[in-house]
Design a protein. Structure first.
Length: 168
């Protein structure tokens, strides 16, 4: 008999604990929804949250392991699955930034950081932690060529600041 919860738990335990690459694929159960949606018994609420946290940690660990093995596309898919499950979870966003950096995509890393920064500032009125900010500190500021300087700018709203983005 196949049980999604058991399959998710088994995979998550292996993904978090295993330093090897024996199990770095993400099973469908890890991408699924919550346990018994619409049920509000105390035991269900507790178990749902436990599985939710287990799933998030396993997705982040799997994304990190996939990135180490050069499987960046799959790593991003696992990291974005964690972000979809918990949009304000900084550790999931840090994983996305790290994968972009591992792949050598500095602009994508900076963009992912800025998206998260605006989101938490707007939603929670806070800034990312120093741990998150350190990831992108070494990225040099973008310089514009004369052709780009002539491009129109579009304001991207962020709660306390407005960032200008050039449209090409």
């Amino acid at each position: 008999m196949r049980v999604d919860v058991r399959e998710l738990s088994d995979w998550a335990q292996r993904a978090i604990a295993s330093p090897g690459d024996d199990e770095i694929a993400v099973p469908a159960a890890a991408l699924g929804g919550d346990l018994l949606p619409g049920w509000y018994d105390d035991w269900v609420l507790f178990e749902r949250e436990r599985l939710h946290q287990l799933r998030l940690h396993a997705l982040e660990a799997t994304a990190a392991r996939l990135a180490v093995h050069g499987r960046h596309w799959e790593a991003l898919q696992a990291a974005y699955a964690a972000v979809r499950a918990e949009p304000l979870r900084e550790s999931a966003h840090r994983t996305i930034v790290r994968v972009h950096l591992a792949e050598g995509n500095l602009v994508e890393a900076a963009r992912a950081y800025e998206l998260f920064r605006c989101m938490v500032e707007s939603e929670l009125g806070v800034l990312p932690t120093p741990q998150m900010t350190r990831l992108v500190q070494g990225i040099p500021p973008r310089r514009c060529s004369s052709a780009m300087e002539a491009a129109p700018t579009v304001a991207v709203p962020c709660r306390s600041t407005m960032s200008a983005v050039r449209v090409l």
